[in-house]
Structure formats: structure tokens, C-alpha cells
Design a protein around this ligand. Structure first.
Ligand code: B1M
Length: 217
């Protein structure tokens, strides 16, 4: 990567970390205008910055308003970068239908939305139900659209059990053998994916797309 674009990526990181909302959006526009790949900007600029804000929050050096400001700045950058990400359609034919959301009690949506955009770019039809989604809503949408895959995101250790509950609800409604389930989110592991009865674990957005493709093959 040449000097100027990497400077922009660094500046976006700083803007996200410092919670400079307008600047983050503006820099994201500049990054795209200078021909940078949106996924690189997200992964090398925005994600390390929001993770650093999370670390500072965990050790008490950032308070909640500062973490919220960082998240808002990240969302401002993502509002510019995500449409560009979705436009990078690698394949034209629809690979499958995915119902996606963050489980009930959890309002973290940044990672889940990246996963949705990447799945969309890869050729999946994505129904993103948003955050704090009750199990019944997931199940109803799976039924309504005849989903091939259900993606459940959880960012809190306290909301991970909701993933298992949604899978149990699918079984209760007789839909478990009709849809594959992928779980993901920062505290989620391969081991948890097995324990909660999911079909697959997506460590990050790229791997989520890879496993989604494998599951529909
Ligand atoms: Co929150 N938060 N937060 N937070 N937050 C964490 C998760 C935390 C680890 C921070 C910390 O203490 N270090 C901690 C959880 C601790 C725990 O559970 N053990 C925490 C806490 C405690 C909280 C609150 C309880 C704080 C409070 O109120 N006292 C509160 C909870 C609110 C709630 O949900 N009910 C809260 C609130 C918030 C904000 C609103 C301020 C904001 C969210 C804003 C938003 O999303 N709109 C926020 C943020 C930003 C974070 C951190 C800093 C960053 C999350 C993020 O966006 N990461 C986070 C710390 C961290 O993760 N390091 C933290 C970037 C994103 C690209 O990564 O989401 O991991 P991620 O997604 C990745 C992969 O995980 C994967 O792919 C994505 C892309 O690579 N992936 C999937 C995600 N979903 C997937 C689904 C898949 C497959 C892959 O298949 C379906």
C-alpha cells in the first residue's frame, strides 16, 4: 500500500478511536476516492480502533460515553464503506437466502452488519433483522423466506445462550433440519458453536462467507 492511502487508513483509525464522527465519515469517503478497498479500510483502520476503544473501556480508561462516541464514529465510516463493500459482487447468481441478526438483549450491530454486507457481496440474499432480535422473530423470518442459513450474532457472554435458545426454538417448530445455523461474535468460539447446536462458526466476516458457501453447496 502506498504512503498516502495508508495515512488515510491511520487517520480513520484515529478518528474512530477519538470518536470524531464527521471526520470518520469524511475520511472514509476520501479513502474510497483514492481507490482503497473498503474491506481493507474496515479491517486495517476501523476494527483495530474500535477494539482499542473496547480495551480502554475494559480497563477503565474510557467511560461509556467515549465508547459510544467511538462506535458512532465507526458507524459513520461504515455508512460510507458498507455500500461499497456490497457493490463488490463477486458472483451474480443468488447462492442462498440468509436470515441474520444480533440476538435478544444485545445491541452490538457493527460486526453483524459487516457479515451481512460481505454475504451480500458474495451473492447471498440477506435479510438483516437488526439487533435485539427475539427468537420468535428469527424463526418466523426463516419460515417466511425459506432461509437456507440463519446467522446469529452475539457480542456479550450474557447473550451467547440466546443463540442456543433460538436453535432450540427452530427444533421445537420443526424447522431445524430445513436451515443451517452459523453463530459468531467476539466471545463465540468453535467449541461453543458445537455446544449450542449450530452447524458452523464464523470467526470473522470472511470466514462467515466461506462457511456459508460450504453449507449451501
Ligand atoms: Co460493548 N461490549 N457493550 N458496546 N463493545 C464489548 C462486546 C466488550 C467486550 C467491551 C469490553 O468490555 N472490553 C464488553 C462485553 C464483555 C462481555 O460480555 N464479557 C461490552 C459491554 C460490557 C457492553 C455494555 C454492557 C456496556 C455497558 O452498558 N456497561 C453494553 C451492552 C449493551 C447491549 O448490547 N445490551 C455495550 C454497549 C456498546 C456500545 C453501544 C457502546 C457499542 C456498540 C455500538 C453498535 O454496535 N452499534 C459497543 C462496542 C462498540 C463494543 C466493542 C468495543 C466493539 C464491538 C465491535 O463493533 N467490534 C466490544 C469490544 C470488542 O469486541 N473488542 C464491546 C468490531 C466488529 C467489526 O467486530 O463485532 O467482533 P465484531 O464482529 C466480527 C466478528 O466477531 C465476526 O465477524 C465480525 C467482522 O469480522 N462476527 C460474526 C460477528 N457476528 C458474527 C456473526 C456470524 C459470523 C461472524 O455469523 C452469523
Amino acid at each position: 500500500m502506498c504512503k498516502v492511502p495508508s495515512e488515510i487508513v491511520e487517520k480513520i483509525g484515529a478518528a474512530v478511536f477519538e470518536g470524531s464522527i464527521e471526520e470518520a465519515g469524511e475520511l472514509a469517503k476520501q479513502a474510497l476516492a483514492s481507490g482503497l478497498n473498503p474491506l481493507d479500510v474496515i479491517e486495517k483502520g476501523c476494527v483495530p480502533a474500535i477494539e482499542k476503544a473496547g480495551d480502554w473501556f475494559a480497563r477503565g480508561d474510557y467511560f461509556l460515553p467515549e465508547l459510544v462516541a467511538s462506535a458512532e464514529a465507526m458507524k459513520a465510516a461504515m455508512a460510507v464503506l458498507e455500500p461499497a463493500l456490497r457493490e463488490q459482487k463477486a458472483e451474480r447468481k443468488v447462492l442462498g437466502r440468509v436470515v441474520l441478526g444480533t440476538v435478544q438483549g444485545d445491541i452490538h450491530d457493527i460486526g453483524k452488519s459487516i457479515v451481512g454486507s460481505m454475504l451480500s457481496a458474495a451473492g447471498f440474499e440477506v435479510y438483516d433483522l437488526g439487533v435485539d432480535v427475539p427468537g420468535e422473530t428469527f424463526v418466523a423470518k426463516v419460515k417466511e423466506v425459506g432461509a437456507d442459513i440463519l446467522g446469529l450474532s452475539a457480542l456479550l457472554t450474557t447473550t451467547m445462550p440466546r443463540q442456543r435458545e433460538v436453535i432450540e426454538l427452530l427444533t421445537e417448530k420443526g424447522l431445524r433440519d430445513k436451515v443451517k445455523v452459523i453463530v459468531g461474535g467476539a466471545p463465540v468460539t468453535e467449541d461453543w458453536a458445537h455446544k449450542c447446536g449450530a452447524d458452523a462458526y464464523g470467526e470473522d466476516a470472511i470466514r462467515a462467507v466461506r462457511v456459508a458457501k460450504e453449507l449451501v453447496q
